[in-house]
Design a protein around this ligand. Structure first.
Ligand code: SR1
Ligand code: MG
Length: 402
């Protein structure tokens, strides 16, 4: 079973039995392929007699969401397993444990987190997660600080940049987030009811100029090792626990791209409450919770990042008084701009989110789409003049009141 091929469920069971010290050779195992993402196979392997379970995640050599016409490197499985190990060394409680990586099969064996739910699903069900902002703020501050020139030796960092060169997955982001939504691209996908919004994007030169700036940052600013796709579908959650999964888009890029991804996905759910809240009062109440989470995510990140900088910086000249403020101010601007880009792409681009797409009532869905676009576009246009996270909250509240 050593030559690469996509595993069948039977082969996944055989493979699981061959992992030393996990299951007995005569164990009765069951396998279910549960991959609902855009790119990979995910086998949930269980042993009903003991309750033991694991996940086998296997990369396919193409983008599952499109088909074999869109080839993708299997090296992303290595990148994912190495990124998980990097993150796990810094925040062991916030990522799944990796038991084994099998390069020949582009396969990672990892902890089963099925006692958690995918956060996107949890937010659609209007659950609240009191530990989330603190957990994700810590994840972001630690992974970003320690992989940057502030937190590690600069020559070692260059080696790490090399380790995480990820051209195929970066190209997906470059196209699907920073290019296609702003032109009449074949990959775009949107409801005809909002064609006016899509056409407005294609003709908005002021907006496209800001997107060009942000795209340039994504292409050139090797600031820190990013997760690279930190939406709420990449987070498993309970009230007590947060686990960040799926860092196959990891590469060295601008820190604000990861922080912005978290904020964008909270705001997409904010827009989706047009369809998920039963009445105006509960909509306002849940939206308040989401906005508090946006604010707490940023403030936890900022506080922990500044603490790490003050206590653990390895870069002498960066400690010159004033530079930390300049750096963090730019991080906030980047965060807001990237959050806006990540909202817009989920409404008119190839890959959407269930927070909006699964709304059954057509009028509510259209309102949610228009609201998400209004927030996203304002964030993009406003990002370079932002000085406080409160401005994001104001933009969302004002757009929702229109
Ligand atoms: C072709 S992959 C589409 C999207 O799915 C992933 O989760 C990324 O967000 C990517 O842009
Ligand atoms: Mg993913």
């Amino acid at each position: 079973m050593t030559q690469y091929h996509p595993l069948s469920e039977g082969e996944a069971i055989q493979f699981a039995k061959s992992i030393p010290d996990l299951f007995a050779a005569d164990a009765q195992l069951a396998s279910r392929e549960i991959g609902d993402g855009n790119l990979n196979l995910v086998f949930h392997i269980t042993e009903p007699a003991t309750g033991k379970s694991i996940i086998l995640k296997q990369a396919l050599p193409y983008a599952k969401v499109v088909g074999e016409s869109w080839p993708l490197t299997l090296d992303r499985a290595r990148i994912e397993s190495e990124a998980l190990q990097y993150e796990g060394a810094l925040c062991p409680d916030l990522v799944p444990r990796v038991y084994q990586y099998v390069p020949e099969l582009a396969l990672t064996v990892m902890e089963d987190l099925s006692d958690h739910v995918i956060m996107r699903r949890g937010l659609i069900e209007r659950n609240k997660y009191p530990k989330f902002a603190g957990d994700i703020g810590r994840f972001l501050s630690h992974t970003l600080f320690y992989s940057s020139d502030l937190g590690m030796n600069q020559q070692d960092k260059k080696e790490r940049v090399k380790q995480f060169i990820n051209p195929d997955l970066c190209k997906i982001t470059e196209d699907l987030i920073f290019d296609d939504p702003y032109r009449d691209a074949e990959t775009n996908s949107f409801d005809e009811t909002i064609r006016d919004e899509a056409e407005a994007l294609w003709n908005d030169t002021e907006l496209k100029l800001e997107v060009a700036r942000l795209r340039h940052g994504f292409l050139t600013n090797a600031q820190a090792l990013l997760h690279g796709d930190l939406h709420t579908g990449s987070i498993f959650i309970t009230e007590q626990s947060t686990k960040v999964i799926d860092p196959e888009f990891a590469y060295y890029g601008p820190m604000g791209f990861d922080i912005g991804a978290v904020i964008a996905n909270l705001l997409l759910n904010f827009a989706g409450q047009e369809g998920w809240s039963p009445d105006a009062a509960s909509r306002a109440e849940y939206r308040e919770y989401l906005l508090t989470t946006v604010k707490d995510t940023w403030t936890t990140f900022e506080w922990e990042f500044r603490s790490l900088w003050n206590d653990r910086s390895v870069d002498r000249i960066s400690n010159t008084p004033g530079f930390q403020d300049i750096y963090v101010e730019q991080l906030l601007r980047d965060t807001i701009g990237y959050a806006g880009c990540k909202m817009v792409r989920r409404i008119v681009g190839l890959a959407h989110v269930a927070d909006i797409d699964k709304i059954e009532d057509a009028a509510a869905k259209e309102r949610a789409q228009r609201l998400a676009l209004a927030i996203g576009k304002t964030l993009i246009k406003h990002h370079r003049s932002s000085v406080s996270i409160d401005e994001v909250l104001d933009i969302a509240v004002k757009a929702a009141a229109q």
